[in-house]
Design a protein around this ligand. Structure first.
Ligand SMILES: Cc1cc2nc3c(=O)[nH]c(=O)nc-3n(C[C@H](O)[C@H](O)[C@H](O)COP(=O)(O)OP(=O)(O)OC[C@H]3O[C@@H](n4cnc5c(N)ncnc54)[C@H](O)[C@@H]3O)c2cc1C
Ligand code: SF4
Length: 509
């Protein structure tokens, strides 16, 4: 922890050590909790509009040069619970949450997608007129400019993307080139453990500098424990400062508090604070479940050279199925093989010849996030049989792509049929119909647990992002999304957070 505190101080970010044993009496107009896609955006927006803003973050602050390709080493440094987080349900769903300045934007693959028009039209029809495609367009323009969403430089994409592209082209299926928030990304494929070159424009390189430039402050190793409310109005937050030897609890006073801890931690903090009851809090939890598929080629693919998802196959997007290549660390590649011990060791010699990709299915149902006693929380989501049918179809299509690109073998996420040795075996998946309970899933997109709504009876926050139940309390992260969007969410979250930041500044009560 010491090393990171020192580097954080260099970077204008405060840490508990800056208070040198004195009681830090902090107060501000706007206290923002969480520095990820939502929190950093809303904090910069409020500061740029003249507010005295303090952004607190539970995790450390890292310089780009301190991120390392040592995946297992970094997980314990920058991810919640060392990356060992799982959603319970019919089948467990592994997920990751960033716990570092920048939150999950530090871990993410950098794909930049605007919210699909039909999704915004549906939100508009639910009474959220300010989320219409026309009204949100300028927000998307701004977000893309700030985070530098652009196509990869030629040659940086890597063979993992190229085999996928060649296969999809051979099938004649629609491909979309992805914009990523990067500047001269050289394709080291280390995005998930933090970009060591500074190419990925996560929030410590975008919205946080804007916040600091506008006079805002950032305090790391500061974990919000409880929101304090008097007479249904927020007055501050009890914050735990983590120190090298122990901790210190302080109260930070604020006129407005924005909770932006992510779609899991935000409802947990609000539930633990016991400040209001709202039947939608922690409900409508959507996760864009994913299943991974790998393929063995005769030539080296070197999936760790290149980038995540330079391309996506959108041919089946209308059915809620997206397919995209993604390089994963060696330890994760090892999980693709249905082997153990010496056989697995032998198989891992083939790792350079393995391509990896994922099938994302847009949720048809939702789960729940519930704070439990003794810090044991229940994060629950059951994949539906309807969605499983789409997973089976998606894996079949991905297998077709890989065989069309010349794969020798395809590894599926289904324990009943773990490998396909020939394109003719693809049909077996439809005959056997692997069950949810026998499928391995993961997710990177958590949404919807404090949804925005047009009326109090339908959600947790107003169209302005302010809580329906507590004055001056706002939410501005993936939790407020009124529904699932079927594509990577960071641009949507930032656009909504910008909008919420503006509403918060205008709101004078
Ligand atoms: C591996 C991975 C790959 C992804 N790839 C993409 C992609 O390519 N494109 C895309 O659009 N999206 C991607 N995403 C998703 C995207 O990064 C997230 O949806 C987005 O960052 C969520 O923003 P957020 O503000 O809700 O939460 P986060 O970005 O997770 O930020 C929450 C922050 O709050 C802090 N916090 C939590 N509790 C407290 C507390 N009590 N006190 C103080 N601080 C607290 C956390 O430490 C964290 O820093 C990916 C995510 C992951 C994990
Ligand atoms: S692939 Fe690009 S954005 Fe990702 S870690 Fe490497 S240089 Fe950074």
């Amino acid at each position: 922890m010491q090393r990171n505190i020192e580097s954080a101080v260099h970077g204008e970010v405060l840490t508990p050590l800056d208070f040198k044993g004195k009681d830090p009496r902090l107060s501000c107009d706007v206290l923002v909790i969480g520095s990820g896609a939502g929190g950093a955006t809303v904090a910069a927006t409020a500061a740029e509009n003249g507010k005295k803003v303090l952004l607190i973050e539970e995790g450390p602050a890292y310089k780009s040069s301190e991120y390392s390709a040592n995946f297992s080493g970094m997980t314990s440094e920058i991810m919640r619970n060392g990356g060992a987080t799982v959603i319970l349900g019919r089948s467990p769903i592994a997920y990751l949450e960033g716990k570092v300045l920048g939150g999950s934007t530090v871990l993410n693959g950098g794909m930049c997608w605007r919210t699909p028009t039909e999704v915004l039209e549906e939100w508009e029809a639910r009474g959220l007129e300010h989320l219409s495609p026309q009204k949100l367009d300028p927000y998307f323009d701004l977000v893309e400019e700030v985070i530098q969403a652009r196509y990869q430089n030629v040659g940086s994409e890597g063979e993992n993307n190229q085999v996928f592209r060649r296969g999809a082209e051979a099938m004649g299926w629609r491909l979309q080139r992805n914009k990523r928030n990067q500047v001269h990304c050289v394709g080291t494929n280390d995005c998930v453990s933090g970009c060591p070159t500074g190419a990925k424009q996560s929030t410590p390189l975008t919205w946080v500098p804007r916040l600091l430039k506008a006079g805002g402050q950032v305090l790391c190793y500061a974990s919000a424990q409880k929101i304090i409310v008097k007479q249904q109005r927020v007055t501050g937050v009890k914050v735990r400062l983590r120190k090298p030897f122990g901790h210190q609890d302080i109260i930070i006073k604020a006129n407005k508090v924005v909770v932006a801890c992510g779609a899991v931690q935000t409802p947990l903090l609000l539930q633990r604070s016991k400040i209001f009851k709202n039947p939608h809090l922690g409900q409508h939890f959507t996760v864009h479940p994913n299943a991974k598929v790998a393929a063995l080629f005769d030539h080296p693919v070197d999936s760790m050279k290149g980038v995540h998802q330079a391309w996506q196959c959108t041919e089946f997007q209308e059915d809620g199925i997206l397919m995209a290549p993604g390089g994963v660390p060696l330890s994760v590649i090892a999980q693709c093989f249905p082997l153990m011990g010496a056989e697995l060791t032998e198989q891992m010699r083939l790792a350079p010849y393995i391509a990896t990709a994922g099938v994302l299915v847009d949720d048809s149902r939702s789960g729940t996030v519930k704070a439990g006693p003794f810090g044991i929380d229940l994060i629950k989501y059951d994949i539906s049989d309807y969605d499983q049918e789409r997973f089976i179809r998606g894996v079949q299509r991905l297998a077709q792509i890989y065989f069309a690109a010349g794969a020798r073998k395809v590894y599926t996420p289904f324990t009943e049929i773990p490998t396909l040795d020939h394109p003719e075996q693809i049909q077996r998946l439809a005959n056997v119909l692997p069950k949810v309970e026998h499928t391995e899933y993961f997710t990177a997109h958590l949404m919807g647990t404090c949804r925005m709504s047009a009326t109090h009876s339908e959600g947790v926050v107003k169209p302005s992002g302010e809580s329906w139940d507590v004055q001056g309390l706002y939410v501005a992260d993936a939790s407020v999304m009124p529904g699932t969007i079927g594509v990577n969410p960071q641009v949507t979250i930032m656009a909504l957070a910008r909008l919420i930041g503006e509403a918060l500044v205008e709101n004078t009560h």
